[in-house]
Design a binder for this molecule. Structure first.
Ligand SMILES: [Mn+2]
Length: 286
């Protein structure tokens, strides 16, 4: 696979030759934790991902719009609008779009079982893969002891997290200028912090235990911003990651196989020059 950097150097002088979009097709796509409404959301890359992929079913697995942060400070721009428009357009053109709200967009939970512009708002549900695997789809916050016990503690962690994410973006602008690939500082820090690791393990175990209790083959969730596919005591545990740091999605192909993809891989598969360097196109209406 070509690296992001090869891609930049080969195309950077052909600004007017944006190639025709070759959408990468999947049976199903799961994304979560996009945190629209925050500066941490990597909105341009998310828009590029959505515009360059196609699926029969698209699951939005929670924390899509960050109501917690929007309440404190309004952050919304044209790219965020274009993302919403792109989702609505997909729903209109026949993609089954299912939104399972998370804790940051919990206000939307009051609309569970309703449809908005063709987007179905649903509580936890079971997805059946092409090869018959039954996968429980949920956001995952109800397994988070901190959030269940003390919301202020979660807010505090959220603020610190926002600062780290901001620093991460500045660092990556600098890294891109130096010709270095994208690297997530916040993810690195989280993986290095022992407590965070044990928290993640406990979360993954709890989610897998719930899937076992419900008698399904596996579970697909988000919430902890750590993309993963692995077996936990006979249960297929999948986490689709997020769009503030890992820029990842879970996908199912026509045969029912599940795998993780990220923004860079999709851009290469779609044969696209990265629109990140053409903000004018990203800003154009969807
Ligand atoms: Mn969450």
């Amino acid at each position: 696979m070509r690296t992001h950097d090869d891609f930049l150097t080969s195309d950077m002088f052909q600004k007017n030759s944006v190639k025709k979009r070759q959408r990468v097709k999947f049976r199903t796509i799961w994304i979560s934790d996009t945190h629209l409404g925050t500066p941490g959301c990597q909105a341009v890359k998310l828009l590029e991902f959505l515009r360059n992929t196609d699926a029969e079913t698209l699951y939005l697995v929670g924390d899509i719009i960050d109501g917690w942060q929007l309440k404190r400070r309004w952050y919304w721009n044209q790219v965020h609008n274009n993302i919403i428009q792109t989702l609505l357009k997909k729903a209109k053109k026949g993609t089954r779009v299912i939104f399972v709200p998370g804790n940051h967009d919990e206000a939307i939970r009051q609309f569970i079982d309703l449809d908005f512009g063709g987007i179905q708002i649903r509580d936890e549900l079971v997805h059946v893969t092409a090869d018959g695997k039954r996968m429980l789809v949920l956001h995952g916050d109800r397994f988070d002891g901190v959030i269940a016990c003390a919301k202020w503690l979660a807010y505090l962690g959220d603020n610190l997290y926002t600062v780290i994410l901001k620093f991460n973006q500045i660092l990556n602008v600098w890294r891109a200028r130096a010709g270095m690939p994208y690297w997530s500082l916040s993810q690195y820090l989280k993986l290095k912090v022992k407590n965070a690791v044990s928290y993640i393990t406990r979360f993954e175990d709890a989610v897998a235990a719930e899937a076992r209790k419900q008698g399904v083959d596996g579970v697909i969730c988000g919430h902890i911003h750590k993309p993963e596919i692995r077996m936990i005591d006979g249960i297929i545990y999948c986490n689709d990651g997020d769009w503030v740091e890992s820029l990842s999605a879970l996908v199912e192909d026509a045969s029912g196989a599940l795998r993780l993809v990220d923004w860079q891989e999709i851009m290469v598969l779609a044969g696209q020059q990265t629109l990140t360097h053409h903000p004018a196109e990203a800003l154009a209406p969807a």
